[in-house]
Write a protein that binds this ligand. Structure first.
Ligand code: NAI
Length: 213
């Protein structure tokens, strides 16, 4: 891959390209022009070309894009050509829902363990994996070389856990707790706030209604 820095805006659009290309590939489509991809995805063709130019292009004049090649290359850029193991911390509603979601495995994210501080939950199975106690967490992370921790616990718990996760070699935190986490260099945090998306929806409904008045 080219050594240049790619903007977060471009990175943020890659998963959507990856999803569409995956569907095209599954439907037996071998090649697609940027115009066709643009119509399908409702993104301008120039945006698509600009995005792909960050990675050296991918397209061939007069041919368009080879779907499978492009799908694989974007997958590599997103780091999806390797296996990422993850554990979930917090075996409540959200944690168990994520643990039960099978599609993460399709993308190479392997669910390895789930932990909770509530003794009543220890031993419960989530997709065949027993909920373990928090005391077992450090040893488990080290022994199994876990890369990602998914935090589905309240914010105070999340804040208190970061140092342990970092010490035990966690490289990425998928953070559902409503708090910003302070991590050292070399550790990545991706915050997920479902309500942000809902508020965006609310804004769009409100502004649409306002336009009708
Ligand atoms: P829940 O109450 O069903 O589950 C939370 C679980 O975390 C419980 O089993 C509890 O025993 C465990 N827990 C609490 N503190 C812990 C700690 N320090 N160490 C280990 N385990 C701990 O709650 P739910 O609905 O699963 O939500 C979990 C968290 O995620 C909540 O704080 C909620 O605010 C947040 N949330 C965030 C969303 C987002 O979009 N970012 C969406 C939904 C929930």
């Amino acid at each position: 891959m080219l050594g240049k820095e790619i903007s977060q805006a471009v990175i943020g659009r890659l998963p959507r390209y990856f999803r569409y290309l995956g569907e095209l590939k599954d439907n037996g489509v071998e090649r697609i022009s940027s115009q066709e991809l643009s119509e399908l995805m409702q993104v301008t063709a120039s945006q698509i070309r600009q995005d792909f130019n960050n990675f050296g292009g991918f397209g061939q004049q007069g041919y368009g894009y080879n779907v499978e090649y492009l799908y694989n290359e974007i997958g590599k850029i997103l780091g999806l050509d390797t296996i990422h193991s993850f554990v979930i911390i917090g075996a409540g509603n959200l944690g168990t829902a994520l643990g039960n979601y099978l599609n993460f495995e399709r993308r190479g994210f392997v669910f390895r363990g789930i932990f909770d501080q509530n003794p009543a939950l220890i031993g419960n199975l989530v997709r065949g994996i027993p909920v373990r106690s928090m005391e077992e967490l450090p040893g488990f992370l080290r022994e199994n070389e876990i890369e990602i921790a998914v935090l589905t616990i309240p914010k105070t718990g999340a804040l208190g856990l970061v140092d342990t996760l970092v010490e035990c070699g966690i490289k990425g935190i998928w953070n559902f707790a409503h708090v910003d986490l302070d991590v050292p260099e070399g550790v990545q945090v991706e915050n997920v706030h479902l309500s942000d998306s809902l508020m965006k929806l609310s804004y769009n409904i409100s502004s649409q209604n306002a336009g009708k008045e």
